[in-house]
Write a protein of this length. Structure first.
Length: 405
């Protein structure tokens, strides 16, 4: 009898043990998909670190970065802002194709009304006869004649003997024709433009000083775009924040063998600002330092003649809402609203970042930023300065009346 009990007990325990063993095995799903790594090592491609030094691959094939579009389950206050709280000046306007006729200007006006953009500064480097034609069309539009202003361009070809006299004469003629500033000086300045003698035209070339001095004398802000985001100069690998953009638009990659690198350009640019302290410069795209507000703050502190616009860098402003809020408050006299690419449906993202404290919402261009944005909740006085007061202050030729105090 005891032998029988013993036998049953043994069988029972064996079955129980097998069940436990089975559970233990199934409790490690993906054991075949796992591997361990040494401290400091990264997981192999296709795997992610699920516990310290332990990597695992998903059971199903992973989607590409294009196809992974998770729904956010965050429930938080949402404040969509269609129109800016105060009338805005878009200092970085490229309303291409809308300046040719009174009718197209009226369409531009209707778009801008829906956004509360009262004035657009056209930054298309329009000079000479083209400038005269554009200004004539604007003046022929009763609705738009006080709502669009034009910057003139500088022809940087063949800088050498006699260049500065010609350039200053053209600048004076363009101002007489109605230009209110200079720009947008494009990124080819400093990268690809050559002097008459064949050498690269550096941003801080002394032969250019007469044109910057003329800008100061004529009270013209100089709107200048220098270089590209720093990631465009880096290897296009899976650590590059702009990998997708550089794969979609390979022409945006900067070949360091053929062009100055990011730091060289920034050094020349800052030297240009420093050696012309009476000239007002507006560095487009926050000088490509919106991802390093400490550096940008240092630049603005060291060169009081420099301003920045916020065009096309909302992804950096909106991913650091506390630092951005404090930066905008500290440098509230130095930041201008500007949109760059003309897409009316994209302006409300700027209003929402500047005016609300909304959290974790989508940006309008996935290839710029795979992350979410947050509102920076700027005070009214700061909003007014960023939206219009600063642009009016540095551009005396803009219509100065009719703005809120
Ligand atoms: Zn631009």
């Amino acid at each position: 009898m005891p032998t029988l009990i013993y036998l049953f007990r043994t069988m029972f325990l064996a079955v129980l043990g097998a069940a436990f063993l089975g559970r233990a095995l199934t409790a490690q799903p993906g054991a075949a998909r796992a591997t361990s790594i040494q401290p400091g090592e990264a997981c192999p491609p296709g795997m992610t670190e699920v516990r310290p030094h332990s990597c695992m691959a998903p059971e199903d094939a992973a989607p590409s970065v294009l196809d992974y579009r998770p729904r956010s389950t965050l429930v938080a206050p949402t404040h969509l802002v269609k129109k800016a709280r105060y009338p805005a000046i878009d200092f970085h306007g490229h309303p291409n194709g809308m300046l040719g006729s009174v009718e197209s200007l009226a369409r531009l006006g209707a778009d801008l009304d829906g956004l509360n953009v009262r004035m657009m500064i056209v930054a298309n480097n329009v000079s000479g006869d083209a400038l005269k034609r554009t200004v004539a069309t604007i003046n022929a539009s009763p609705a738009m004649k006080d709502r669009v202003r034009v910057l003139t361009g500088i022809n940087f070809q063949n800088v050498g003997p006699g260049w500065s006299q010609r350039a200053v004469a053209q600048l004076e003629a363009d101002v007489a024709a109605g230009a209110v500033g200079i720009g947008e000086i494009g990124k080819e300045f400093g990268q690809t433009i050559r002097k008459a003698n064949g050498s690269r035209l550096a941003l801080d070339d002394a032969e250019l000083d007469p044109i910057w001095q003329a800008a100061a004398r004529l009270k013209l802000p100089v709107f200048i775009h220098t270089g590209d985001p720093e990631e465009f100069y880096q290897p296009v690998d899976y650590h590059n924040e702009r990998w997708l953009e550089l794969e979609l638009f390979p022409g945006r990659r900067v070949d360091p063998a053929r062009h100055p690198n990011f730091e060289e350009l920034m050094k020349e640019r800052d030297n240009l600002f420093r050696r012309n302290p009476k000239t007002t410069f507006v560095a487009a795209h926050m000088g490509w330092h919106a991802n390093d507000l400490g550096r940008l703050g240092k630049m603005l502190t060291e060169t009081p003649n420099v301003y920045v616009d916020v065009g096309a860098v909302l992804y950096d402003i909106g991913r650091q809402p506390r630092a951005s809020h404090d930066f905008f408050v500290k440098f509230q006299d130095r930041i201008l609203f500007g949109k760059d690419a003309y897409q009316p449906e994209e302006y409300p993202y700027y209003w929402r970042v500047f005016e609300t404290n909304d959290e974790y919402f989508d940006y309008y261009r996935g290839y710029h930023a795979f992350w979410k944005l947050y509102g920076i909740g700027l005070p009214d006085e700061v909003l007014k300065k960023v939206y219009y007061k600063n642009a009016l202050a540095i551009t005396p030729r803009l219509p100065q009346t009719g703005w809120p105090r």
